[in-house]
Design a protein around this ligand. Sequence first.
Ligand SMILES: Nc1ncnc2c1ncn2[C@@H]1O[C@H](COP(=O)(O)OP(=O)(O)OP(=O)(O)O)[C@@H](O)[C@H]1O
Ligand SMILES: [Mg+2]
Length: 256
Amino acid sequence: MNPNDSPILEIANAAKTFRSGANPVTALSDVTLTARRGEFVAVMGASGSGKSTLLHLAAGLTRPDSGRIRIAGTDINALGDGAMTLFRRKHIGLVFQAFNLIPSLSGEDNIALPLLLGGIPRDTDHIDNLVRRLGLGEVRCRQPDSMSGGEQQRVAIGRALVTKPPLVLADEPTGSLDTSNGRKLCDLFRELCQESGTTVLMVTHNPAAAFAAERFVILRDGHLVGTLDKTACPTVRDLNHAYMEILEGETQGARP
Ligand SMILES: Nc1ncnc2c1ncn2[C@@H]1O[C@H](COP(=O)(O)OP(=O)(O)OP(=O)(O)O)[C@@H](O)[C@H]1O
Ligand SMILES: [Mg+2]
């Protein structure tokens, strides 16, 4: 098989319980999810359902208690911390819920930071293209403390895309964006999937943002409780309806 035909992301039976507090919290239970190259997948679910934990496992930032995670055929849990950092730099673009920008750097230098860290030459055309497509012309020379929340979020997205990673993991990337910028970002993700074969896994609880994806996976209380696609949900309304039905069905099912 051509290696490019294999799924870029394979999560098999992943489970994670946090034991740091007084009571253990099971954030994920037996989650299996595969994404192929060029696919745009939305991860939906209520607050606390395990969406960020799932992304952190996929990024190798959190280790699962059990289960396996492969990216581009590599079992990432077999990698040590140093090797994982290098692997992540090469394969994954990460957009966190918190933007984690460097306060002393301009918007453009924040975007270019992964190139510096990876010893990759600065591709000015690519950076110009990202700045234009993310609508950051006004703030490319400004530092984060003089940017709006939405501008900071878009700089964080530029930073995730600057190395042209095959896998983009984005946690609520439209959370601080107005409707128009949220739509533009989803269009950009869709174009990247189609044009460059990038795979995007985007967490959101907003069905209107999720609808830009091809496939929608739904988490509830750490379980993957449903997968929907455009055939099942041809409109945002259908998606919203099916999403609510799955969540409510599970709520009823969970009652004694
Ligand atoms: N480091 C941690 N230590 C203890 N509990 C944690 C930790 N991280 C997450 N949790 C718990 O695991 C569960 C899942 O959290 P997670 O952050 O994955 O949810 P989420 O779906 O991303 O929620 P939100 O939409 O609010 O961001 C929650 O109950 C949360 O309190
Ligand atoms: Mg979260």
